[in-house]
Design a protein around this ligand. Sequence first.
Ligand SMILES: Cc1cc2nc3c(=O)[nH]c(=O)nc-3n(C[C@H](O)[C@H](O)[C@H](O)COP(=O)(O)O)c2cc1C
Length: 440
Amino acid sequence: MHLVGFSLWSPSAHMVGSWRHPESHGPGMDWASPELWQRIAQDCERGKMDGFFFAVGLAPYGVYQDSIAPTLRDGIQFPSPDAMLLLPMMAAATERLGLVSTLSTTYNHPYAAVRQFSTLDHLTKGRVGWNVVTSFQPREAEAHGMDPIPHAERYERAAEYMEICHEFWDSWDADAVVEDRENGVWADPDKVRDIDYSGTYYRAKGTGPMSPSPQGKPVIFQAGGSENGRDFCARWSDAALSFQMNVVQMKAFVDDMNARAEKFGRTADQLKSFFGVQPIIGLSEAEAREKQDYLNGLVPPDGSLALLSGHTAFDFSTLDLDAPAEEIPDMPGIRGIWGAVTSLADHGLDAMTIREGARAYGQSVLMPQLVGTPQQVADELISLWEESDGDGFLVTCPVRPGGYAEFSDLVVPILQKAKVYRHDYEGSTFREHLAQTTLS
Ligand SMILES: Cc1cc2nc3c(=O)[nH]c(=O)nc-3n(C[C@H](O)[C@H](O)[C@H](O)COP(=O)(O)O)c2cc1C
């Protein structure tokens, strides 16, 4: 089983309102302070996690009530500082942990992306990963002085983008740098080429800006959900990410992504599948349930609606929120997410109102909350992992930093004892961690 810590560099991540928990952040560790994230990185490394992953949005959600006020009031995934700049500080505090930032293909030229990730791969000694997103929020486009780009075109552009990135990375042979002091040859010019790319959306001419880094290319993560998005993911990424509420949906995702990978001439081995989970751990089941009730009680109704409206691009304030959950408009963008919300009914929430559905969304953005003793959480992870055929989990903890330490110290030893999870890292790069199959 592979595990990756997961969050956003913002006051709260996947549980709206969790910043209000008395143990969230703390003296000398503001949500933005590097010390908080260095400590979380160390906690994840103690749990031998493959890596730590930052999701990134570039603008506040402003669809609900046509306003950013609920996003600001409830501290929802905003502000959004640049996580790429935080990674080296986390790298300096750790030795093995992989470190992933999101970078949008829509607002950076491929040459700049290659330069940033190659630099980071050098700085981290081969531990960097890139979550490739095309960015879906109109406000993100507007902030960059652009009109929103239609969904299909975003993915067409992204495909050209990835072609250019690979051409730049491949423009240096791995052994191009010879550092031959005697003969005065630093790099062999025959092993470095210019690229000359001309597509529908991008042009790029020249040589990759950085000599080959320890991994050569960052580990690529992607989380497309649509047809286009899933195809893009299956073609270009090392790991597919998804939020699925239950094991049946997880298994369907894995099967679908494996079939798509094959379509692009790749094997299931080359595309790992990761699912988001939100553990809430107690020393007894009753304590865990109490923690869950307390945390879920912090989730503000308006804030949940603001997050849901931001993700679906539909203003939920235009609906009767006390109407049954089925009565939402049949619109693309909403149906998929709402179908997943109403599948929560499997967990005893049938006959939900729209308001209740939104609240469930604000609790975990549709990731399963794994609630119980360390043994119960470990057992559930093992059963989801075995029955879904997936490779691992993105672990998001509402209470930071404590949640990650709790997970590493209490749940990981049980996974190790059950012989499903490594006792130690075998390699030193992120790519090697993800490929590791030994448990020693
Ligand atoms: C685990 C996970 C992480 C994601 N991280 C980001 C992110 O950091 N930034 C972003 O703009 N979108 C993020 N998304 C949204 C996806 O990139 C994607 O837009 C979404 O799943 C809808 O799929 P589609 O683009 O194929 O319609 C994430 C989605 C998931 C499931």
